[in-house]
Design a protein around this ligand. Structure first.
Ligand SMILES: Cc1cc2nc3c(=O)[nH]c(=O)nc-3n(C[C@H](O)[C@H](O)[C@H](O)COP(=O)(O)OP(=O)(O)OC[C@H]3O[C@@H](n4cnc5c(N)ncnc54)[C@H](O)[C@@H]3O)c2cc1C
Length: 460
């Protein structure tokens, strides 16, 4: 096939480009930002300054998409840690029992992860990046996408790849970009990977296909993050400390991860409007409520490498494209554009990588009916992650939403499971495998597990 265009060079767009390069002669990735040569934060991904954990199944998916990726990242400084053996999970007021999950986490900042994937995508034959260009919208003719309108930003210095550009109409979607005329990149397939604003939903509505139904959870999450350096051997050699479900502060949690450059990222998080402050005093007062004393003392005494920076995330959104009865041929979406998860569960990049695998699998069966087939299969990746996040969100009293009886019973069972997992390494490992999306949630309700939960984790 001839030409595919990916809109956005975030994690979703890069993974999509990796899959498309196996099926299209040419793939163009259009991105508004100039892309850094190395690992550096950038404007279009403001969340990249905050902790970004890769779940076990995301790590595996990236390795399948880009074989050798994990080793390359470790060579670039990323830290590998054995989940539960080298990581402390203080969940529900106590530390989960230590044991083995058989899983190793890849700990890197978001800029390093993205730079690693970008390097691999740049090396693929037929792939080009068109930086410094705003995406305006797809061109849809007679029920199929024939291209996408883009506009060079003032100061954007990249040219459209040879043969891909024509001239299109002025667009009202981008009134403030003066200067050059918009261009149309002709394409047989266009993939929206523009992030959580979810442009495809609006495009479909304006083109008469109707907007996809949406599920939303108003979570009002705030993050505050800073980098620090710990002395060698701090935290008894642990490489991660995650806290959550804190009985006295159910809205709060935190992530502390050893990452490249011998830096630790410390992110404080609060849901339901309980946002961690950015001033010194407020930051440490909040930190004191989320950490056990020894961890608090360690981070409080550490050398700070940056000032606190904040991020606000009001609502998680799942767009149900698979439920639309009509979709134009040649237009897909991936990543946050499909589902933008509560960030505290660390699911977004993992789901994006899995969706890219789904895209590859669907393309192996041809392009006939591709949008319906792709969105139906992608929804199967999104659903368990969304349901896991939503049930955890609704366990927090401050989060608004209907709480059906079945959900409340599951919540009570999960409380008991977590209590038991403080003693029982089989349960703590099982819990983390589900949170890491390596096993389905149903694994926590298997008879052998339920028995351990009922025994309170005290099984000889
Ligand atoms: C605070 C926070 C913490 C998070 N932590 C985690 C975590 O621990 N683990 C995890 O897996 N996920 C995490 N996530 C989610 C993760 O960041 C996203 O799921 C992931 O980035 C999705 O990738 P994407 O490609 O869909 O969108 P993005 O990565 O947001 O990329 C969108 C791209 O589109 C570009 N763009 C936007 N509009 C235009 C336009 N008009 N024209 C051209 N280009 C445009 C942007 O510049 C950007 O490059 C977190 C999110 C937040 C907010």
């Amino acid at each position: 096939m001839a030409h595919a265009v990916v809109l956005g060079a975030g994690m979703g767009g890069l993974c999509a480009a990796g899959s498309l390069a196996q099926h299209f002669e040419r793939v163009t990735v259009v991105e508004r930002d100039p892309l850094p040569a190395d690992a550096a934060p950038r404007r279009g991904v403001p969340q990249g300054r905050h902790v970004h954990a890769l779940l076990g199944t995301g790590d595996e998916a990236l390795e399948r998409l880009f074989p050798g990726f994990g080793a390359e990242l470790v060579a670039a400084g990323a830290v590998r840690s054995a989940v539960l053996e080298q990581a402390r999970y203080v969940i529900g007021g106590a530390t989960l029992a230590r044991g083995s999950t058989g899983v190793h986490a890849l700990q890197a900042t978001r800029p390093l992860l993205e730079a690693g994937v970008r390097r691999r995508v740049r090396a693929l034959s037929g792939v080009k990046f068109l930086e410094g260009h705003d995406v305006l919208g797809p061109v849809i003719e007679a029920g199929r996408v024939t291209g996408v309108r883009v506009h060079k930003r003032p100061g954007g210095d990249e040219r459209a790849p040879d043969g891909a550009a024509g001239t299109g109409p002025e667009s009202p979607e981008n009134p403030e970009s003066p200067g050059t005329e918009p261009e149309v990149l002709s394409a047989a397939l266009v993939v929206d990977a523009l992030g959580r604003a979810g442009r495809m939903a609006g495009w479909l509505e304006r083109a008469g296909y109707g907007a996809p139904p949406e599920d939303r959870t108003k979570i009002d999450v705030g993050y505050t993050t800073r980098f620090l350096r710990l002395p060698p051997g701090a935290l008894e050699g642990d490489r991660t400390v995650l806290t959550g479900n804190i009985p006295a502060h159910p809205t709060r949690g935190s992530g502390l991860l050893h990452q490249e450059g011998d830096r630790w990222t410390l992110t404080l998080a609060g849901m339901g409007g309980d946002h961690p402050p950015t001033d010194e005093e407020g930051f440490w007062a909040f930190a004191r409520t989320v950490y056990p004393t020894d961890v608090y003392d360690t981070v409080r005494g550490a050398r700070m490498l940056s000032e606190p920076v904040a991020y606000r995330f009001p609502v998680s959104v799942r767009r149900r494209f698979e439920r639309l009865t009509r979709l134009p041929d040649g237009l897909l979406a991936i990543g946050d554009s499909v589902c933008s998860f509560n960030p505290v569960y660390g699911q977004g990049m993992t789901v994006a990588a899995r969706e890219a695998e789904v895209l590859d699998q669907c393309l192996r069966q041809g392009t006939e009916g591709l949008p319906k087939r792709y969105f139906t299969e992608a929804a199967k990746v999104v659903k368990p992650a969304w349901e896991l996040a939503r049930s955890a969100d609704l366990a927090v009293p401050q989060i608004p939403g209907r709480r059906p009886l079945a959900g409340r019973l599951v919540g009570r069972y999960m409380d008991r499971l977590l209590d038991a997992a403080h003693h029982d390494p089989v349960l703590s490992a099982g819990y983390l495998r589900v949170i890491g999306m390596l096993d389905p949630a149903a694994a926590l309700f298997a008879p052998g597990v339920a028995w351990r939960v009922l025994r309170g984790g005290r099984i000889g």
